[in-house]
Design a protein around this ligand. Structure first.
Ligand code: CMP
Length: 140
């Protein structure tokens, strides 16, 4: 199994409820390593760039407004098969459909305020990591 890196965001609903540590514990207990992390407020431009693939979706404006409504924690997670594994640990996008014990089942409020983002494929992971981190900020 290949060691991979994936990009994660702890979203404003999570930071507002002081859940950074609780979510990080679920990530670490599942065997992924947090090899970079910073708490930031992203700009509207950064959010629009990050979610550009969803630009035509009806929820795009709501999504961008939400992502800039408070601080987020951006992270790089590392481990065997990290991209797929983090998606398993997060659970389904809609918390009502997420499996028991997943981050979204335990903590998310709704499909919009769903606590975490994780990359969906190797190419998007590389692109998302590069939007927020330089190489020397990632320490494995
Ligand atoms: P994320 O994994 O960050 O990628 C895109 C985000 O769009 C997704 O998580 C959800 O938070 C959000 N999203 C998807 N569907 C909806 C929806 N119907 N209404 C609001 N937000 C949505």
């Amino acid at each position: 199994m290949a060691i991979e890196q994936t990009f994660s965001i702890l979203k404003p609903d999570a930071t507002a409820r002081n859940l950074t540590g609780a979510i990080n514990a679920l990530i670490e207990q599942a065997g992924l390593r947090i090899v970079a992390q910073k708490r930031v407020r992203i700009t509207r431009e950064q959010a629009e760039t990050f979610y550009a693939v969803h630009r035509e979706r009806p929820f795009f404006g709501e999504l961008v407004d939400f992502m800039i409504s408070g601080p987020v924690v951006v992270q790089v997670l590392e481990g065997d098969n990290a991209i797929v594994r983090y998606r398993d640990i997060m659970g389904a996008t809609d918390p009502a459909k997420a499996a028991p014990g997943t981050i979204r089942k335990v903590h998310a409020k709704s499909i919009g305020e769903n606590s975490v983002h994780g990359s969906d494929a190797p190419d998007t992971a590389a692109k998302e990591i590069a939007q927020f981190f330089s190489d020397n900020e990632i320490v494995g």
